[in-house]
Design a protein around this ligand. Structure first.
Ligand SMILES: Nc1ncnc2c1ncn2[C@@H]1O[C@H](COP(=O)(O)OP(=O)(O)OP(=O)(O)O)[C@@H](O)[C@H]1O
Ligand SMILES: [Mg+2]
Length: 222
């Protein structure tokens, strides 16, 4: 594994019963790289993202993420590792409905290591970047789709992750809001050298990436 690789997957496979949805995928991602994964619905993009980010266990193969073999890690170890190193942005936002915007953002932080004030300041700073100052005390149910996604992005970034995994982060948004979310992600990638692995079905968005991975029927075809 080259020193600069943040992610290396080898012969990854995922089977659900007799159904093989990811087949022998090998890929390497350099630190600071922005890769887009494209492919038809059902081609295995979300599954691949779940495998390489440690959200799901592969049926075969190995994943080394930030120099750690996550396929060999225990559940507890993996949960802690993800919280420290990885940010996730889901298509469906996954916000906690009973918590306000800023409370959602601070969730991944370690309360024992930071004062309440420091955590709130960190959340407000990120929400400010997302142009969400006026909505920090709102519950998710009172936010628009684009606003929810901006809260979700702030939450994904709160631990300054080395790598962010994003599954169709603009999929539920109108094209203008989607573009502004995409610009925020591109800026963070450019400023902080944050690695970004993003699933999208939008070829225009994919063009912003350093590299595009195409999937078909569970395989990487280019
Ligand atoms: N838990 C599961 N059990 C059985 N089959 C599954 C499961 N999860 C996913 N699949 C199947 O695996 C295939 C790939 O699913 P996946 O969600 O990775 O596709 P995708 O490329 O992300 O599609 P989309 O663009 O629609 O989000 C699909 O055919 C799906 O039905
Ligand atoms: Mg998907």
């Amino acid at each position: 594994m080259s020193k600069e690789a943040i992610l290396k997957a080898t012969d990854l496979g995922k089977e659900y019963g007799a159904l093989c949805v990811v087949k022998e995928v090998s890929m390497t991602m350099e630190t600071g790289e922005f890769i887009a994964i494209v492919g038809k619905s059902g081609s295995g993009k979300t599954t691949l993202l779940s495998l390489v980010s440690g959200l799901e266990r592969p049926s075969n193969g190995r994943v080394v993420l930030n120099d750690k073999d996550i396929t060999a890690a225990s559940e507890d170890d993996l949960a802690l590792f993800r919280r420290k190193n990885v940010g996730f942005i889901f298509q469906s936002f996954n916000l906690i409905p009973t918590l306000s915007a800023w409370e959602n953002v601070v969730l991944p932080l370690f309360p024992e290591k930071m004062s309440e004030q420091a955590r709130r300041d960190r959340a407000l700073d990120l929400l400010h970047r997302m142009e969400m100052d006026h909505r920090v005390d709102h519950l998710p149910s009172t936010l628009s789709g684009g606003e929810k996604q901006r809260v979700a992005i702030a939450r994904a970034l709160v631990n300054s992750p080395k790598i962010v995994f994003a599954d169709e982060p603009t999929g539920n948004l109108d094209s203008q809001t989607g573009e502004s979310i995409m610009n925020i992600l591109k800026d963070l990638h450019a400023e902080n050298g944050m690695s970004l692995l993003m699933v999208t079905h939008d070829l225009d968005l994919a063009k912003a990436a350093d590299r595009i991975i195409r999937m078909q029927d569970g395989e990487v075809i280019s």
